[in-house]
Design a protein around this ligand. Sequence first.
Ligand SMILES: CC(C)(COP(=O)(O)OP(=O)(O)OC[C@H]1O[C@@H](n2cnc3c(N)ncnc32)[C@H](O)[C@@H]1OP(=O)(O)O)[C@@H](O)C(=O)NCCC(=O)NCCS
Length: 182
Amino acid sequence: MSRGPTAPEQFATARLLLRKPKRDDAEVIFRAYAADAQVSYYMIWRPHATADETRTFVDLCLGQWAEGSEYSYAITEPDRPDHPFGMITMRRRPHEMQFGYVLARAVWGRGYATEALTCLVEWSLSQSEIWRASAFCDVDNRASARVMEKSGMSFEGVLRRYCVHPNISDAPRDCRMYAKIR
Ligand SMILES: CC(C)(COP(=O)(O)OP(=O)(O)OC[C@H]1O[C@@H](n2cnc3c(N)ncnc32)[C@H](O)[C@@H]1OP(=O)(O)O)[C@@H](O)C(=O)NCCC(=O)NCCS
């Protein structure tokens, strides 16, 4: 498999700066959302108990950046770049980018997730190797499904027993798959 597109270390949207995370972000991310059980409810991870757990996670993201497998961006406002309040990730597959995202509760409902996802979907589909931009969410995660729709992705179907969301159940859950293609 070719290395594929090398992602830029930052993107600017109308209201957001998406940038490569730094080790120093861990404490802020921990306080902003990583310990919040309501935020992590539909995620594949449990709420973090300590900032060290968040640091381990940020290290993992930086390792994935180094190997070119996954690109996670801290979501910030341009005038407060050292205060990340969310994360959006592009996972590289052979001809596809797969997305995941999370935001602190304090900024829900402002259209930020849609703005960030739309930007990265557009960038992905402008890369010659990428033909498909996709994301999935728990079948009950209505807000996330709406974000994908608003970002121009189409509903492709329910993938049964597709992913474990451990805050809900240890049994794999049905998920809704969305994608935009070119
Ligand atoms: C999902 C999440 C990223 C959305 O972020 P956001 O910035 O608030 O999203 P946006 O403002 O761009 O859009 C949210 C849309 O969902 C809608 N929505 C929110 N809660 C909803 C609910 N319970 N049922 C139906 N729609 C809902 C909003 O009304 C809005 O749609 P609208 O613009 O048509 O009114 C945020 O809620 C979050 O971080 N949740 C926890 C983590 C998570 O679930 N991540 C996704 C995993 S797949």
